[in-house]
Design a protein around this ligand. Structure first.
Ligand code: KIV
Ligand code: NA
Length: 266
């Protein structure tokens, strides 16, 4: 299959084709989502709350994220692999962001990086882009700032906040960003940002008018546990997996498994 590359993102927007992105944190899900034709796999810092049993994304480190990025990038044949920069790995300076991003590409095999923020991190985006590293922005509700934002709340609700969101999006685009994730933003505000940008917007809880959509895979697949209202469950994979484990345990206990065909007789 032809690899998804940065020029395909803008071309998709121009053609009005919606882009698809899911999180993936390991080879098992990367293989399945790549085979399903999902365009971009995000090795998100949401690995923290979804896989590593952290309370949120704040504790996630480069050393936790890089092995996950490596597993996903070694597995995909078509999807673009985007690695999140975790909290504390980029904010201090464009140089810090470059050093962390270089690790994501060299050690992780990522094709692009993503980090949170607008105008404030535009210099970071410009330095990375100049160094050959595609950057995806992340605006609206930015989980790494939840202590400042006062919890998981919709962002850009006032006229002033919506104006700032647009300014941030334009700043990221002008600095060279290849796409922008919009998280928990009113649908009309996301639609406006989508209209003024030439690069694609990828929404999560940002309404139907974005150029693409992203979900955390465990929410998308119905793995169980808490899910935000904006996340649709497209399957009940958690329940199916639990049933498979129950059937395995039952069959072992009753002596039904392994059957003759599961054994070597000589
Ligand atoms: O880490 C993540 O999963 C994300 C998406 C919610 C966009 O940043
Ligand atoms: Na993230």
């Amino acid at each position: 299959p032809t690899r998804v590359r940065v020029q395909h993102l803008r071309a998709a927007k121009e053609r009005g084709e919606r882009l698809t992105m899911l999180t993936a944190y390991d080879a098992v899900t990367a293989r399945i989502f790549d085979a399903a034709g999902v365009d971009m796999l995000l090795v998100g810092d949401s690995i923290g709350d979804n896989m590593l049993a952290h309370p949120n994304t704040i504790p996630v480190t480069m050393d936790e994220l890089i092995p996950a990025v490596r597993a996903v990038s070694r597995t995909v044949r078509r999807a673009m692999v985007v690695a999140d920069l975790p909290f504390g790995s980029y904010e201090a300076s464009p140089e810090q962001a470059l050093a962390s991003s270089v690790r994501m590409l060299k050690e992780g095999g990522a094709h692009a990086v993503k980090f949170e923020g607008g105008e404030r991190v535009a210099p970071h985006v410009a330095l990375l882009t100049g160094a050959g590293i595609p950057v995806v922005g992340h605006l609206g509700f930015t989980p790494q700032s939840e202590n400042i934002l006062g919890g998981k709340r919709v962002q850009g609700r006032t006229a002033e906040a919506a104006e700032q969101l647009s300014a941030d999006a334009v700043a990221l685009q002008e600095a060279g960003a290849v796409a922008v994730v919009l998280e928990m933003v009113p649908a009309p505000v996301a639609a406006r940002v989508t209209e003024i940008l030439a690069i694609p917007t990828i929404g999560i809880g940002a309404g139907p008018t974005c150029d693409g959509q992203v979900l955390v895979w465990t929410d998308m697949a119905g793995m169980g546990g808490w899910s935000p209202r904006f996340a649709k469950q497209f399957g009940q994979v958690g329940a199916a997996l639990e049933q498979a484990a129950r059937d395995f345990a039952d069959e072992v206990r009753t002596g039904t498994f392994p059957a003759a065909e599961h054994a070597y007789w000589e």
